[in-house]
Design a protein around this ligand. Structure first.
Ligand code: GLU
Length: 511
């Protein structure tokens, strides 16, 4: 099998297109086939190298690698349409020679007028065929006189085009309703329908999986395959990815591009897994039901497993709705099982955004990885990690005691006793790990008679400065490990539990 993803580099990679890329990739990888990346940049005005670079970066980030593409030579290159113009020219010539195509001298103004006239009379707005009947000699004379014609494909009349779509079954179009499409514009650039056929044929593509917005192009392409003597590939048209209101997912629904979801802090494996589930089901027919938050973890699997199980038979043709809640559910799962050191590295830009500057070395990363347990089981996205870990860096007893709720709590004798006992215990204690923390808490319990919430809530206030937050069993060892880091670790200074308790007891006395 040879499959391809053929993006136009005219902007960011939309998640709908990323899903198209993914389905092609999954089928290629699952079948031991070849995955090709082709850049469709014939729209000179809208295409850019920046957009191409961004698309390549996003595909790599998702883990979708390609065997042939603009940056990897293969036997079927070049892989940018702008570098293949000679091929389109030569096949256009072949079509002209065989009378499958003809020169068209109609001006834009003329075509616009015709279109308006057709619409006004309730006729389909297709090309009237004005230049269809021009003789070769007339056309040659007009070109010799300096006119620059487009080239149109002569659509055979009075026949149907039928193809079997791997997702939608038999699809039938009447050729009559297709006006003769332009295949090469007057400026020499090829039109999409023509370039795509020449490329898919020469690149020996066996399966074309793409969005259903292209389904009306397919009959034109099939007729071009026939005229050029090529065998058409198998087509599979995917339902579009919709927003919650069942309109195509667009800006008005919020984030739409892979880059936006990355910067919101989704992991690539979560996005890939979730995108695979829009329109495809890993389950046997009949057993399928929507997974979701709190839902069906059988749907969560690594990309290799997706590739092993993917098949077009299990791709449905009803529209898939993009549900960010379900993406967040998948992300939570992957955050929990991810390597903490990787999460630490990935979180650095978000710390930077949150104003916590750091340049950790290996020791610093190992520390952040250790501290990550406070966050990775309780956030939806990486961009929420800095807030969960803020208690490491932003400790202030005074600030804590300015909070009316904390002041109220500290009016109780029990709470004050806990503060004093804790400060006393820690004054001579070594840095805390989980066991030592438990021992200290037990001592405080014994000295004050406080237990449960009356014991642990004041301890939380003293050691973290906040009324709520991660489990103390996780936070306390992280704080004290952070307090002993050398400056070379590149982590902002962290006040240890001993120092926190002393500062809190002092501030409480003054308040
Ligand atoms: N460049 C086209 C697009 O981005 C490719 C369509 C196709 O796969 O044939 O929509």
């Amino acid at each position: 099998m040879r499959l391809r993803f053929a993006p136009s580099p005219t902007g960011q990679l939309h998640v709908g297109n990323a899903r198209t890329a993914l389905f092609n990739w999954l089928l290629a990888r699952g079948s031991g086939g070849t995955f090709i990346l082709r850049i469709e940049d014939t729209d000179v005005e809208r295409s850019s190298r920046e957009s191409e670079a961004a698309i390549l970066r996003d595909l790599r980030w998702l883990g979708l690698d390609w065997d042939e593409g603009p940056d990897i030579d293969g036997a079927h290159g070049p892989y940018r349409q702008s570098e293949r113009l000679h091929l389109y020219q030569s096949y256009a010539k072949e079509l002209l020679g065989a009378e499958h195509a003809y020169y068209c001298f109609c001006t834009t103004a003329q075509l616009d007028a015709e279109r308006q006239e057709a619409v006004a009379h309730g006729r389909p707005a297709r090309y009237a065929g004005t230049c269809r009947r021009l003789s070769r000699d007339t056309a040659a004379a007009r070109i010799a006189a300096g006119e620059r014609p487009a080239i149109r494909f002569r659509v055979p009349q009075e026949r149907d085009v039928v193809f079997t779509d791997a997702v939608r079954g038999d699809v039938r179009f009447q050729a009559d309703v297709i006006g003769d499409p332009i295949i090469v514009r007057a400026d020499g650039t090829p039109a999409y329908n023509f370039a795509v056929v020449v490329d898919d044929a020469l690149m020996e593509i066996t399966h074309v999986i793409r969005g259903e917005d292209h389904i009306s192009n397919t009959p034109r392409q099939i007729l071009l395959y026939e005229a050029l003597g090529f065998t058409p590939p198998t087509f599979a048209h995917l339902s579009l990815v919709m927003g919650p209101d069942h309109g195509p997912l667009s800006k008005r629904h919020g984030a739409t591009s892979v880059a936006e979801f990355r910067s919101k802090g989704y992991l690539p494996e979560a996005l890939v897994n979730y995108l695979a589930l829009i329109g495809w089901s890993p389950r046997d027919a009949g057993g399928s039901r929507a997974g979701g938050p709190g839902g069906d973890t059988a749907e969560l699997m690594a990309i290799e497993e997706l590739a092993r199980r993917f098949s077009l038979e299990r791709v449905g043709h009803s529209a898939g709705v993009f549900d960010e809640e379900k993406l967040a559910w998948a992300n939570r799962h992957y955050l929990k099982i991810a390597d903490p050191a990787r999460l630490a590295e990935l979180t650095l830009p978000y710390f930077n955004d949150a104003g916590v500057r750091m340049t950790p070395d290996a020791t610093g990363i190992a520390f952040l990885a250790f501290a990550m347990s406070m966050a990775s089981a309780s956030v939806d996205r990486l961009n929420q990690v800095p807030a969960r870990l803020a208690l490491l860096f932003d400790y202030s007893a005074e600030a804590a005691l300015r909070d009316p709720g904390v002041r109220e709590e500290m009016r109780g004798d029990g709470a004050r006793a806990v503060v004093t006992a804790l400060a006393g215990e820690l004054a001579s204690a070594p840095r805390l790990d989980r066991e030592r923390f438990r021992a200290v808490a037990n001592q405080v319990k014994a000295r004050t008679g406080q237990k449960g919430k009356a014991l642990f809530h004041p301890i939380r206030l003293v050691l973290t400065g906040h009324a709520e937050g991660p489990e103390l069993d996780l936070a306390v060892p992280a704080i004290d490990r952070g307090a002993d880091l050398p400056a070379s670790a590149g982590i902002p200074p962290i006040l240890g539990c001993r120092e926190r308790a002393a500062a809190f007891a002092e501030a409480l006395k003054k308040s």
